[in-house]
Design a protein around this ligand. Structure first.
Ligand code: KG4
Ligand code: ZN
Length: 330
């Protein structure tokens, strides 16, 4: 059984083929970074048009590379939600049309379920039950996962997501798009102790996050400084430290609350080196195991969508008989 995965929720066009027994057969990602860079952020209409342009060539390349043909595909999984509406529509239309032509089913998926399951693409896999810290450009969530497809939302951001805060802070420091990884790189040259930025919502109970106040705080500090390269690096390091500290402390709270010892950390911000370093020491201190996707599967990709689709399809689920997973709050 081979599942084609399609990801078009934001600014990456991606396709992947996952074999139920052999695992990932191959995948391709086309990043739209250069298209959006001159606007300083993703332009939704341009993103949709670019997905249309690249989906077919990417799939043709992938099939050629792994020497398979369309008739080898058993079902097509695609990101149904959340994401940019036009961009999602391109992926869904492509998936549905191709599936209609091939007379095979489609499986619409929650993009965040794809991120959550991405560590299962690695050789050492998490064991159920586990806690997932999902940190992407659009979401920051702590999810309790009892077993496959049984998710309970324990906490989420009330405003900006962690990745969004990275991107917006990068922009106000005058850094290029995409801001998150560029700010993280700059932070390596900075001294995080030069500024003491707030750790939002740590003084309140619960597992929710809020990052928009931190971003405004950074803006106010930045306005009062002469922004030379070293000052920018110090601000970047102190900002990164505040975000990472907040994520770690809330995750620790969730570990204490649930007693779970298997932890998944995924989504674009899980590529962040400082976060990974702090998570690794948390793992040693708390005697928990932390699983990440490999770097190329932290950010958006279709391998995670093909894998998630395969797991649902194995259980007989497809668009004809199933509604996509939406995390419910406990
Ligand atoms: O998961 P993802 O590719 O897309 C969404 O589903 O949103 O995450 C993208 C986010 C962006 O906000 C990007 O700036 C952030 O992940 N990101 C990082 C790093 N790499 C990507 N943030 C901090 N440090 C990084 N190394
Ligand atoms: Zn994503």
């Amino acid at each position: 059984m081979i599942i084609l995965g399609i990801e078009t929720s934001c600014d990456e066009t991606a396709v992947a083929l996952y074999h139920a027994k052999k695992g990932l057969l191959g995948h391709k990602i086309y990043s739209q970074i250069t298209l959006h860079a001159k606007y300083g952020g993703v332009v939704p209409e341009l993103a949709s048009r670019d997905h249309i342009k690249h989906l077919t060539p990417l799939l043709v390349d992938l099939l050629e590379e792994i020497k398979l043909s369309l008739k080898d595909i058993s079902a097509i999984a695609y990101t149904q939600n959340p994401g940019l509406v036009g961009a999602l529509l391109v992926g869904a239309t492509f998936a549905k049309s191709l599936a209609f032509a091939l007379n095979i089913p489609t499986i619409g998926l929650n993009h965040m379920e794809g991120h959550l399951l991405a560590p299962f693409l690695e050789p050492i896999k998490p064991e159920f039950p586990f806690l997932a810290l999902l940190v992407s450009g659009g979401h920051t969530q702590i999810v309790k996962v009892r077993r496959f497809s049984e998710y309970e939302l324990l906490g989420e951001t009330l405003d900006d997501a962690a990745g969004e805060a990275f991107d917006k802070t990068a922009k106000l420091l005058g850094l290029a798009y995409p801001g998150g990884p560029i700010l993280a790189k700059l932070a390596e040259q900075g001294n995080a102790k030069k500024y003491n930025f707030p750790r939002p919502m740590l003084d309140r109970p619960g597992l929710d996050f809020s990052f928009s106040g931190l971003k405004t705080h950074v803006l106010n500090v930045a306005k009062q400084q002469h922004l030379d390269e070293q000052t920018k690096a110090d601000i970047a390091a102190a900002f990164e430290d505040a975000v990472v500290d907040t994520l770690i402390k809330k995750l620790l709270r969730a570990i204490e609350q649930t007693g779970f010892t298997e932890i998944v950390v995924a989504g674009g911000v899980s590529a962040n080196k400082t976060l990974r370093k702090r998570l690794d020491s948390l793992a040693t201190q708390q005697k928990v195991k932390i699983y990440y996707p490999k770097l190329e599967f932290c950010t958006d990709n279709a391998a995670m969508i093909a894998y998630a689709g395969c797991e649902h399809f194995k259980r007989g689920k497809c668009d004809n008989n199933w509604q996509i997973n939406v995390w419910a709050r406990g």
